[in-house]
Design a protein around this ligand. Sequence first.
Ligand SMILES: Nc1ncnc2c1ncn2[C@@H]1O[C@H](COP(=O)(O)OP(=O)(O)OP(=O)(O)O)[C@@H](O)[C@H]1O
Ligand code: SF4
Ligand SMILES: [Mg+2]
Length: 334
Amino acid sequence: MTAAAPVREDAATTTPALEVRDLVVRYGSGRKARAAAPAIDRVSFTVAPGETLGLVGESGSGKSTIGKAILGLQPPSEGQVLVQGRDITSLPLRKRRGLAADLRVVFQDPYSSLNPARTIGQTLVEPLPRGTADATTRARQALESVGLPGDAVDRYPTQFSGGQRQRIAIARSLVVRPKVIVLDEPVSALDLSTQAQVLNLLADLRDEHGLAFLFVAHDLGVVRFLAQRTVVLYRGQVMETGPVDDVTLHPRHPYTAALTSAAPVPRPAEQAARRAAREALGIGTAGAAAPSPTGCPFATRCPLATEVCTTERPALRQVGASLTACHHAEELTA
Ligand SMILES: Nc1ncnc2c1ncn2[C@@H]1O[C@H](COP(=O)(O)OP(=O)(O)OP(=O)(O)O)[C@@H](O)[C@H]1O
Ligand code: SF4
Ligand SMILES: [Mg+2]
């Protein structure tokens, strides 16, 4: 695998390709839903053109919900979503068609995301405006850019492997020449060697076209390969965010420490050392009791928790190179 590309130097001064501001998402309606903890609770981040932002967290932390809110599939309860500086939060789905060219998505499962009754060509031209003159040529070009032959347009999804189908799904997102792609666990259904090929392909496409990726994954190792920065999510809240190497190698939040020690690594000795470190930290399991709504969401699992952790929600603050939401972050880094 090749390393994550550096972000362009002018990235900080250009308009973000994607911006999420103070996003809150509540599922359901009525008093009961309003009383429950939101699935996403005041999440903010930006992704620059040409940059990949990793979004990590264990199952149920809210990663896909953020993706759905960005794509307009789940209306935000509060906050804003901006694409290339344009506020799209309240745009109804039908008006988003005009946006389709800027914002695309690739889902996890390449088996269910392609219609088996349609040829690859029919699937690929779907996102293009009706009557696009060179639609088939563009479909062929998109297939070739993901390493598949252009004549695959005449074949059906069942004639392709999982990895090839995910390439087709990526080609479908590219055919409209987007600026931002939300990748929701795009390689987690693939075997390890195919994962590496698809990740390399994504890195090449990003660098060639200056694409911005929001890359959703539960595996920090995968995120580290593709992303420059990452956001660590727990119970819908940002626990830590910063340069991906700093967050992975020097976690400043006990939850990130738990995630990094749980991520599978290819070397058994390192894996054993991480497991021992995790056990030494005494971090609880995902099924822990619900935390107090006023305090830190991780308090019921955290070995460093004290009284203040159950009464005051820690704000994100700078610790080292990262922003961390932990009252006792310095104890972890000591
Ligand atoms: N349609 C829905 N209605 C009600 N609650 C939902 C719905 N979709 C998700 N949730 C809840 O929102 C929370 C976040 O779910 P989400 O699917 O965003 O998590 P995730 O991080 O993507 O998990 P995974 O890694 O398993 O894909 C979970 O508690 C989940 O049960
Ligand atoms: S704020 Fe307290 S409970 Fe939350 S992660 Fe930090 S030490 Fe643990
Ligand atoms: Mg998900």
